[in-house]
Design a protein around this ligand. Structure first.
Ligand SMILES: [Zn+2]
Length: 303
């Protein structure tokens, strides 16, 4: 495997780059490297445009269905909506203070549109970006405007107005040039507007505390171009010309972590909560956030 010439995020020299894993899930010829300067971890060699397009259009759902646990909800859009209700409610706690008046909202990578339907119902104007044919057809069938890419939306005269809120959840880690991606969205914000997005935290307890081998094999995957920490995400936001804060959150519960430890696979969400009690789950979640070993980083970014 060739060694990177420089960090693809901060351009630090080759001698500051070190290998994390020699191969990733889905591709034996690519590995992950770490930059000691900006702290980002990244797929190397990166994907070419053609390989990327192939991965993100038709193949994406079947790829995700293969690796997700039964019931995770990639099989059908309707199932995807109900499977994500807990995540939607968690995300809304961060969005609600930004939704006090009627807003124009864009979600990049809206999948089944589960974030957007309740926002439309409460009076916000929503547009989705979704490259996957199955999902984008479904979103349009529910009456929302949905474009395959940001470029096609900008080319559409009726959609060129700017946004109060731009959302993307678990998208940035898949993007070839995350700095250009954020910069372009900053240009689409109205004055006072905000980009709110989530990425996985590379310092997740499953890897940095419990060191579960099966989880190690699961996270280093060809569809992830980047693995962000608080420091490397702050670097990307600043490089894009944005400012704001990074919040910490925990998506998965103690039950999920127990199943990872026992069976070496995902899918345990809520399984033991009836016995543990919600208070234990809440305390566990809070402890991981306070230890900065939680699974989710939330960017709240403005111009
Ligand atoms: Zn770097």
């Amino acid at each position: 495997m060739p060694v990177p010439q420089s960090c693809p995020l901060c351009a630090a020299a080759a001698d500051r780059q070190s290998a994390v894993v020699g191969r990733v899930y889905g591709d034996n010829n690519r590995g992950v490297f770490h930059c000691a300067v900006c702290d980002v971890r990244y797929l190397h060699p990166g994907l070419g445009a053609e390989e990327e397009a192939k991965l993100y259009a038709a193949e994406f759902e079947s790829f995700m269905a293969d690796r997700a646990a039964p019931g995770a909800g990639w099989e059908a859009p309707e199932k995807h909506i109900s499977a994500n209700e807990t995540q939607r409610l968690r995300r809304m706690t961060h969005l609600e203070p930004l939704l006090r008046s009627s807003r124009r909202i864009l979600e990049v990578g809206c999948s089944s549109g589960f974030m957007l339907y309740p926002l439309v119902a409460s009076g916000h104007e929503c547009i989705g970006i979704e490259p996957s044919g199955v999902f984008s057809d479904f979103v349009r069938s529910r009456g929302l405007r949905c474009f395959p890419t940001l470029e096609t939306m900008i080319a559409d005269g009726k959609a060129k107005e700017r946004f109060d809120l731009i959302l993307h959840y678990y998208v940035l880690e898949h993007i070839g040039d995350p700095v250009a991606f954020l910069r372009r969205q900053l240009a689409l914000l109205r004055p006072g507007g905000r980009i709110v997005f989530e990425v996985p935290n590379v310092n997740d307890a499953l890897t940095t505390v419990y060191e579960i081998p099966a989880y190690e094999r699961f996270i280093w995957v060809v569809s992830h171009r980047w693995y962000f920490s608080e420091a490397s995400l702050a670097h990307a936001i600043k490089a894009a010309g944005g400012r704001g804060e990074i919040r910490l959150d925990q998506r998965y519960d103690l039950s999920n972590h127990l199943v990872w430890a026992r069976d070496g696979r995902p899918g345990g969400l809520g399984r033991f909560t009836a016995i543990l009690g919600q208070e234990i789950e809440d305390q566990y979640r809070q402890a991981l956030i306070e230890a900065r070993r939680c699974d989710t980083l939330i960017g709240m970014v403005s111009n």
